[in-house]
Every structure is written in structure tokens, then in C-alpha cells.
Design a protein around this ligand. Sequence first.
Ligand code: ZN
Length: 156
Amino acid sequence: MREKLTNPDHVRTWPGTIPVEHVYTVGVAGEAFLRAIKERGRLVAVGCPGCGTDYLPPRLYCERCFEKTGEVREVEARGTVDTFTVAHRDLEGHPLEKPQVYAFVRIDGTGGGLVHRLGEVDPDDVHIGMEVQAVFLPPAQRTGSILDIVNFKPAE
Ligand SMILES: [Zn+2]
């Protein structure tokens, strides 16, 4: 590989894999959000004192007016289906055993929401405006991941 290539068509490749590890840092606001899920089974939001925009998940600064946001506050882990889709195949294109519903759930009392799975519901019964609530893993099984929320199910 010491020769100088002058024609890009002559670039050589070696098939193989490179082991890569990474750490994803969620930041101060993201940590508050994931800790609330893991430690209390709750969702938290934050408001902007400058323009009143509400964020869930929380952010440190307002993306509209650049004001530092206020204190995080707990909100009910309930919301409304804003939009949804029904998947019949996995990421590799293989048919799923049963269809999986993914939805954007707008969380009550906030301007934000989460994309997550819907469960305990027939895909044919899902509709925009449907009221849902989060289902959390048992406390001992939580790891501080968004997947500590198993899914959202129809609200009781
Ligand atoms: Zn703002």
C-alpha cells in the first residue's frame, strides 16, 4: 500500500470487520430523564422560562429562544397517540410473528412525547387520539434505558 493511487477506480478494499466500542452520553438533561425512569418509574419534563416551550425529554437549553430551561418536574406517564404505524417485518425484512405497532405518544401536560411500541392492543384497534399509559419494567430489571419502558398500553 505504498504506491500512490492516481485513479480512484484502483482503490483496493479488504473485506472484514473492525471491532468498535462506543459510549453514548445522554447529557445532564438526558440523565435526569433516564434516572427518573429507572429509579422512580416516572417521566420528567422541563419548561422554558423565556418562551414557555415545554420539553419531554428535557433539554438544558431552549431550542427556540436559547434560554436555559428550568427545573425538571415529574409528569404522569400517560399520553395520547399522535401518530402510529404497524410493522409487519423486522429490520432485515423478515416477517414478524405478529404485527408491532410503533407510535408517537404525546405526553399529557407537556409539549413533547416519545416514539415507542404500543402493546396489549390489537393493531386494528389503535387510533390517533387513543389514550395510553407507559408500562415500566419491574424496578430490579431497569437499567436506565428508554427500554425500561416496555411499551405504552391503552390507558386504564
Ligand atoms: Zn424558550
